[in-house]
Design a binder for this molecule. Structure first.
Ligand SMILES: [Cu+2]
Length: 294
């Protein structure tokens, strides 16, 4: 009996030790502070740590001196997305304000097990290569860089440039002085550039007649003849409408697009397809209600 108890105790101890050390290892933030200076404010190390646009002493035009030394710490991690539905990659802050000519030290802590960046755009290109100041590392890790901000009032875009990271939440703005035009789609701050669109509402009577998932363009002729009472009439109606309507539509669109380039045609179709779809739905709704009323 005692043997079993000891074995059991041993197993529990080993498991717990594993859990504790495993958890500690996952949260360990590696500090990237042994970067090689490649010149021009560009520093890198072998583990994916990178700083671009490091500048501690070159004054941008319009600055006669450094107005103040400031520092911010920004954290990146999936857990910071929970307050912003639809986002996947998170920052713990999305806006920073500094005075013109501030020497700003940014400490960027990446808590995810993927690569993230804190990238600023729109700086003067003769001081900052590509107009950028940029911190990057594969996490969990920490990296620090310094830059001096120009004298003018301006709002700078800050984002992570890894594919889809900005679109899914890693976007912010750094406001110097009074700032300029704010950026759209900053989580919790500004309106989305492209709002979510769940499409036009389909009336209940149409939902019965249309097979699930039928494409908008095929709405007229794809009514399923085997489902629901009275749909044989609707199917016939669809066939007749399709037969009459198709040659008419072809003639109409041939005339409509005469002399237009391919791009113009696509542009026109994109903008007009939504209203055409609405019209077809309206027409179909009227017809279906007439057929089912008899
Ligand atoms: Cu990222």
């Amino acid at each position: 009996m005692a043997r079993y108890t000891f074995t059991l105790l041993g197993a529990v101890l080993i498991t717990m030790t594993g859990l504790v050390f495993g958890a500690e290892k996952a949260d360990q933030i590696v500090e990237h502070n042994m970067l090689m200076n490649h010149g021009g404010g560009h520093l890198m190390d072998m583990d994916g740590g990178m700083v671009m646009g490091m500048n501690k002493d070159t004054l941008p035009p319009g600055c006669t001196r450094i107005s103040e030394d400031a520092s911010i710490t920004v954290r990146a991690g999936h857990k910071y997305t929970k307050d912003f539905p639809g986002t996947m990659f998170g920052l713990d802050q999305h806006e920073w304000r500094v005075k013109p000519c501030t020497r700003l030290t940014v400490t960027f802590i990446n808590e995810d097990h993927i690569r993230h960046q804190w990238m600023m755009h729109g700086l003067p290109k003769f001081i900052y290569d590509k107009g950028m100041f940029h911190l990057e590392m594969t996490g969990p890790a920490k990296i620090t860089g310094t830059l001096i901000l120009p004298a003018e009032d301006k709002t700078y875009l800050v984002h992570c440039d890894i594919a889809q990271h900005m679109e899914k939440g890693m976007k912010g703005q750094l406001i110097v002085g009074n700032g300029s035009t704010p950026f759209p789609s900053i989580p919790g701050l500004t309106d989305f550039a492209i709002p979510d669109d769940y499409g036009p509402k389909v009336a209940d009577s149409i939902k019965v007649a249309l097979p699930a998932g039928s494409a908008p363009g095929s709405a007229l002729s794809s009514v399923n003849p085997t489902k629901s009472g009275g749909s044989n009439g609707t199917f016939l109606l669809g066939l007749i409408l399709g037969a009459i309507g198709t040659p008419f539509a072809i003639t109409y669109y041939r005339r409509r697009f005469e002399g237009m380039t391919q791009d113009e045609v696509i542009q026109h179709l994109l903008t007009s397809s939504k209203s055409i779809f609405d019209k077809i739905l309206g027409l179909l709704m009227t017809l279906v209600s007439k057929v089912t009323k008899k």
